[in-house]
Design a protein. Structure first.
Ligand code: TYD
Ligand code: MG
Length: 452
């Protein structure tokens, strides 16, 4: 087939494609994000032989089912995130900011599981650099092949020849397909590189881990535009400077999402933190105001962590609101509810909120701990260290029940908490043991119970 080239416009924010330039992307609403790219049509795919190509449609009921074939990796936590190991023939995207530990983790996996024959393709570092890192990480490097290459057609050829048990490609931004006439890292290259790897994975049954960089704003052409192509998206989060890293599954065709795993960056690579609650609840100094513990649910696992707030008089005219790891609009909403439904005047106060361990929280059950940490700082009243919270707050100041309250209470009791505040409407099949459950209906009732 002859090759032809044409120009299209890509949104660097959401990755949508248009035939003409526009100031505002109609899909995501961002301004000035459309860039022109030349794409080559016609014969553009890196050849991969797909078994069963040209098959006819068949009745769904006649399709034979087999359990997914999974391969266990060298980390129990990563296996759990993936839903019990990596599925054969799947493409997993591991995204995160530069320097957060993507290369470290992806090299650690084969070193800790030398039974797997691994092909590790690096486009970022020399083989020497990878070797130095491997020495630092320890483990058994005897079955791990390092390949420094950025040309996808060579990589696919090599991977078909070696037939590894696992293929790791670091990173999507450095790879290129020679058929696509734009530079490595451009939108069309990134899409084609991922599509090539997907075809390779599906055709060969080899699981592939693809690494992709995301910048702070998350706007880089990269992981965002690949989310719909790949099977699984794992994302690294956390403060770069801090030691703790959170790996979260945000898409998983073969398992549940919103699970997370916590790692600690040490001198010898990433260490799994098996009991993250213990790390997320700092050694509580009695008598410190502005902290409240939330009993959160991460996917299926209960997790306790500390919410910190600082409330101070606004120095300038308008009060500042800032939240790390929490939606600032939700914080504003909760402050408005506190003002309208319980009469706390926080309009002239600066409010700063922080979630422990660089976690990004979306569980609405954290509302109660957020409100209590804010009030605790505002009154300079310290909440006892053995008290925790799980409840959502509605616009009329009512406290709503949260999912799986019993499991949260059981985890809290296990970690030595003595009291958990939940909504009055919470229903327990069986009363949780070893912990006092305090049911509150609305914010005034909560304030009376906690700040007495
Ligand atoms: P890296 O995996 O190279 O990040 P990415 O691939 O996501 O860009 O991680 C780099 C950081 O990790 C770097 O700042 C050094 C640190 N590090 C350790 O602290 N200990 C180690 O054993 C290793 C290998 C790296
Ligand atoms: Mg790297």
């Amino acid at each position: 087939m002859a090759t032809k080239s044409k120009t299209v416009f890509f949104c660097t924010h959401c990755g949508n494609e248009y035939s003409k330039w526009m100031g505002k992307c109609p899909s995501c609403g961002e301004w000035n994000t459309l860039v022109e790219k030349e794409v080559v049509t016609g014969k553009r795919q890196v050849a991969v032989s797909v078994p069963g190509a040209g098959r006819k449609p068949m009745p769904l009921k006649d399709v034979a089912t087999t359990a997914e074939d999974r391969v266990s990796l060298g980390s129990a936590e990563v296996d759990r995130l993936l839903g019990g190991g990596i599925v054969k023939g799947s493409l997993v995207l591991m995204g995160g900011e530069p320097g957060i530990g993507k290369s470290t983790l992806s090299l650690q996996l084969p070193l800790l599981r030398p039974e797997l024959k691994t092909l590790y393709v690096t486009g970022e570092e020399s083989v020497k650099q990878v070797k130095m890192r491997a020495d630092r990480l320890g483990g058994d490097a005897s079955n791990c092949l390092i390949y420094s290459e950025t040309d996808m057609s060579e990589i696919v050829k090599e991977a078909e020849e070696t037939a590894p048990d696992l293929l790791i490609v670091d990173s999507v931004q450095t790879m290129y397909c020679p058929q696509v006439e734009s530079t490595a890292g451009s939108v069309s290259q990134i899409k084609e590189v991922a599509a090539t790897l997907l075809r390779f994975a599906k055709a060969s049954g080899v699981p592939v881990i693809l690494i992709g960089h995301i910048t702070k704003e998350g706007t880089i052409a990269g992981p965002k535009i690949l989310e719909h192509i790949v099977d699984v998206v794992l994302q690294f989060e956390g403060e770069n400077r801090g030691a703790y890293r959170v790996l979260r599954s945000i898409k998983n065709r073969f398992g549940s999402t919103s699970e997370l795993a916590v790692f600690e960056m040490t001198g010898a690579g990433l260490r799994e933190v098996e009991n993250p609650s213990e790390m997320l609840i700092p050694m509580h100094q009695e008598g410190l105001s502005g902290a409240a513990i939330s009993a959160m649910l991460d996917g299926n696992r209960p997790l306790m962590f500390e919410v910190q707030a600082l409330v101070a008089s606004a120095v300038y005219g308008t009060a500042q609101r800032s939240a790390t790891g929490f939606d600032v609009r939700r914080l504003n909403m909760l402050l408005a509810v506190l003002e309208r439904r319980a009469g706390f005047k926080l309009g002239q106060k600066d409010v700063f909120l922080n979630m422990a361990g660089g976690l990004r929280i979306t569980d609405p059950a954290c509302d109660l701990a957020v409100v209590c940490s804010v009030l605790s700082s505002n009154f300079d009243f310290s909440i006892p260290a053995d008290v925790c919270f799980a409840g959502e707050i509605g616009l009329s100041g009512e406290i709503r029940p949260v999912s799986q309250a019993a499991r949260r209470a059981v985890e809290a009791a296990r970690l030595g908490f003595k009291k958990i505040y939940v909504s009055s409407y919470t229903h327990f099949d069986k009363k949780p043991e070893g912990i006092e459950v305090v049911k509150v209906a609305d914010i005034p009732a909560l304030v009376r119970a906690v700040f007495k």
